[in-house]
Write a new protein. Structure first.
Ligand SMILES: Cc1cc2nc3c(=O)[nH]c(=O)nc-3n(C[C@H](O)[C@H](O)[C@H](O)COP(=O)(O)OP(=O)(O)OC[C@H]3O[C@@H](n4cnc5c(N)ncnc54)[C@H](O)[C@@H]3O)c2cc1C
Length: 488
């Protein structure tokens, strides 16, 4: 079988994956065979065959995993088959009277949206990876889109998800919007990370395309006032479709990417530096920026925008216009891929995220930044960047997304060093009240914390379910359950 086909289904998008590929380093294990089922029935047959012959299967959607979830366990002696779902990408049906749609699970996010748009609808799920990630991958990892405030996270959008397990098919027999009929065992599909079965078809809620889409941005004197403003917006439950807050480092990083020499030059084309510093007394090395996206009817968007602007003003915010809002929003799409370019310049970088309650948000951000700084100093890393942004808000807390990168000139094995520092940072996150992950999932990279921070009873429940649904452990991609990092 074509080795490139096998290789490209045996990695995701972690720093380790991309660095290894760019430096011609071999992965310890790749899949032996790739198959491309074209329907739910094909998947049933595949699962039967692999059980009969004791073969391992790893579902593969868009391959955008940043948790090592699609990589092959190094010590697996059995034959490994990657099940590439890309050919299962049909729109099965669209029910306009109930605003529901059924797609095959291999459809890629932007293709799904294009099909819906043609018919006047949207599902509104837009993770930053939506140009490459698949519907099945979203469900398997419990993904979160940047417009979740209005449309919901993937778990809010899914009405039914068919999953083929070694035991049979898990599916709902009804499309009813809600049911009180015992524990909802179908929830086990969400976040299963390819360890229990293959998701083949998904029924989602849809909505008509909104009349208009408007960006906005607000500058705050410092991160704390920005966070307090976000907290107030969440308290009043008036979040627009997307609301994000970059810290000062990330703001300046974004400015540095502009094709101008002066880092403040371009932003201040539309928003004069002197206005911020002299009139408002802001310090350019502490300001932070909130980007906003509104969707809906024109009149509603205008009044919503005004309401947010009023709240922002009461926290010392100054509105900075639509253009900066749009630019900030788009930056989050491209920033991950800048990491790949940075590798050319001896810079390794990666993001890691968490969720945390409001009362612990600022201290968590602070603790993580200090931890990373201490680790860098210890290792004599002079040039590094650690920054964060708040990307999602909830009644009781938010999602914090960190970027960390450093120039590794003079150091050996930068990826290992990066992982060591990230590990200490994750320990700090956990000690500061954060979660293992808000949306990237556990995969193999965070399995160590999954076992540590999940109750014994829940671990037993998971293991028992796994034994029942997959008695021969053919879905043995090693996610959720610990694999030592050295074995990755
Ligand atoms: C640039 C970038 C930005 C990102 N932004 C976001 C974001 O905003 N929000 C977010 O939630 N995530 C984000 N991610 C992470 C990633 O895109 C998500 O985890 C996504 O849901 C993975 O989908 P995928 O189709 O690429 O899955 P894959 O990477 O192919 O697989 C991920 C896991 O799901 C399993 N899987 C895939 N398809 C199926 C299936 N049909 N049945 C059963 N299991 C399956 C795999 O076995 C694996 O365990 C980002 C990643 C990148 C690289």
């Amino acid at each position: 079988m074509d080795s490139l086909a096998r290789l490209s289904r045996s990695h995701g998008q972690t720093l380790y994956d991309i660095y290894s590929l760019r430096h011609g380093k071999c992965f310890p294990r790749i899949s032996d065979i790739v198959v491309w089922p074209v329907s739910h029935e094909d998947v049933i047959q595949i699962v039967k065959i692999v059980n009969k012959h004791n073969i391992v299967i790893i579902p593969f959607g868009g391959g955008t995993s940043v948790s090592g979830a699609v990589s092959c366990p190094k010590d697996e002696k059995r034959c490994i088959v990657s099940v590439d779902t890309s050919q299962m990408n049909r729109l099965m049906w669209l029910d306009e009277s109930n605003l529901l749609v059924c797609f095959e699970a291999g459809v890629i996010g932007q293709d799904l949206e294009r099909e819906l748009h043609k018919r006047g609808y949207t599902c509104g799920h837009e993770p930053d990876s939506y140009e490459f990630s698949s519907l099945g991958g979203w469900v398997a990892t419990r993904a979160s889109g940047m417009k979740k405030n209005v449309y919901g996270n993937i778990e809010d959008l899914v009405i039914d998800a068919k999953m083929v397990t070694s035991r049979g098919v898990i599916e709902k027999k009804s499309m009813a919007p809600r049911m009180s009929s015992g524990p909802d065992f179908q929830q086990i599909v969400l976040g299963s990370e390819g360890t229990l079965g293959i998701i083949t078809e998904v029924v989602l809620k849809i909505r008509p395309i909104p009349e208009c889409r408007v960006y906005d941005s607000v500058v705050f004197p410092n991160f704390e006032s920005g966070v307090n403003c976000m907290r107030e917006v969440a308290k009043q439950r008036c979040q627009p479709v997307s609301i994000r807050l970059m810290d000062n480092t990330q703001f300046r990083f974004g400015e540095a990417l502009r094709p101008v020499e002066n880092i403040f030059g371009s932003f201040l084309e539309s928003f004069k530096k002197s206005y911020l510093t002299f009139v408002h007394g802001f310090q350019l090395d502490s300001i932070c920026v909130m980007t906003l996206l509104f969707e809906g009817k024109k009149s509603e968007v205008v009044s919503h925008k005004n309401r947010i602007a009023k709240i922002a003003m009461s926290f010392g915010g100054v509105t900075a216009g639509e253009r900066n809002g749009e630019r900030g929003y788009m930056l989050t799409f491209v920033i991950a891929y800048i990491r790949d370019l940075a590798l050319e310049y001896r810079v390794v970088a990666e993001s890691f995220e968490t969720s945390v309650t409001w009362d612990k948000t600022l201290s968590l951000c602070d603790n993580v930044k200090k931890t990373v700084a201490i680790q860098c100093n210890k290792l004599n890393i002079k040039y590094y960047l650690i920054s964060c942004r708040i990307t999602q808000t909830y009644d009781s807390g938010c999602c914090v997304y960190f970027y960390f990168g450093f120039n590794w000139t003079g150091l050996d094995n930068p990826v290992l060093i990066y992982h060591r520092i990230e590990t200490v940072a994750r320990d700090t996150i956990m000690a500061s009240g954060g979660s293992i992950s808000h949306h990237h999932g556990v995969g193999k990279l965070r399995a160590h914390w999954y076992e540590k921070y999940t109750s014994e009873t829940v671990l037993t429940l998971y293991n028992t379910s796994k034994k029942i649904l997959d008695p021969k452990n053919v879905f043995a991609n090693g996610n959720l359950i610990s694999v030592p990092r050295s074995k990755l």
